[in-house]
Design a protein around this ligand. Structure first.
Ligand code: R5P
Length: 260
């Protein structure tokens, strides 16, 4: 389903079912992310247990949920945050929080993605939150992914940007070499992720991230996933296969909603 808008969109009111009248409106990437996020929050109902995603796109969704709670338009929501950062944001907005130990079934999760392929498989984790995201989003009945159109790729890894793998710090170079070797046919280069101070980036779980840079399609994703997870030292990878139930894409021509 494609929906176009007719005005610079700072709220969902800017959406329209009609094609835009002239002059055409150019939206920033952040505005597109916000539009996708607000659209996803329309799936939220009072009483739901919600997986709260992480990243610049998911942040808009969490803000919107907080706003609707404050306005009394949503009630009895319980949020399960996918990172410490989202936990802080949700707490600041007064969203009641829990975890998977207490709420093992999540009604709906809303989160961004770094890449989306034509089969709605994802790369996630360029913000380093892949493990908690995979745990929460793997426990949800409905997983709505929100992206701007720059995230669409022909195949996972196709953006040429990082495919993240969370690894234990112990002998990470050994693990990185094994990962690089695994995908050598795809021209893989494995690099430890550093933070802004040049130190190893440490995830919320105390682990490191090895980013895989691929020059070619890695082929069967399930086979690749299994092979990565068989390497001792790997905690989780950022391929989210067959998990998204809906992907909301905001682009210059409007919103597209893709369902599994
Ligand atoms: O670890 C980060 C998450 O997987 C994010 O959902 C992903 O990186 C997309 O982030 P953004 O919405 O900022 O592009």
């Amino acid at each position: 389903m494609a929906i176009a808008w007719s005005a610079k969109a700072s709220s969902m009111e800017a959406l329209s079912l009609s094609p835009p009248m002239s002059p055409p409106v150019v939206l920033t990437q952040d505005e597109l992310k916000k539009i996708a996020a607000y659209k996803a929050v329309e799936f939220v109902e009072s009483g739901m247990v919600l997986g709260l995603g992480t990243g610049s796109t998911a942040k808009h969704a969490v803000d919107r949920i907080g706003e609707l709670l404050r306005q009394g338009k949503l009630n009895n929501i319980i949020g399960i945050p996918t990172s410490k950062k989202t936990q802080e944001q949700a707490l600041s907005l007064g969203i009641p929080l829990s975890d998977l130990d207490n709420h093992p079934t999540v009604d709906l999760a809303i989160d961004g993605a770094d890449e989306v392929d034509p089969h709605l498989n994802l790369v996630k984790g360029r913000g380093g939150s892949l493990l908690r995201e995979k745990m929460v989003e793997g426990a949800c009945k409905k997983f709505v992914v929100i992206v701007d159109e720059s995230k669409l790729v022909k195949y996972l890894g196709g953006s040429g940007l990082a495919m993240p793998v969370e690894v234990v710090p112990f002998c990470w170079k050994f693990t990185a070499k094994k990962l690089q070797k695994l995908f050598e046919d795809s021209g893989c280069v494995a690099k430890l992720r550093n933070d802004c101070k040049g130190e190893p980036f440490v995830t919320d779980n105390g682990n490191y991230v090895v980013d895989l840079y691929l020059k070619k399609d890695i082929g069967d994703l399930q086979v690749a996933s299994d092979a990565i997870l068989r390497i001792a030292g790997v905690v989780e990878h950022g391929m989210f296969l067959d998990m998204a139930t809906t992907v909301i894409v905001a682009g210059e021509l409007g919103i597209t909603i893709k369902n599994k």
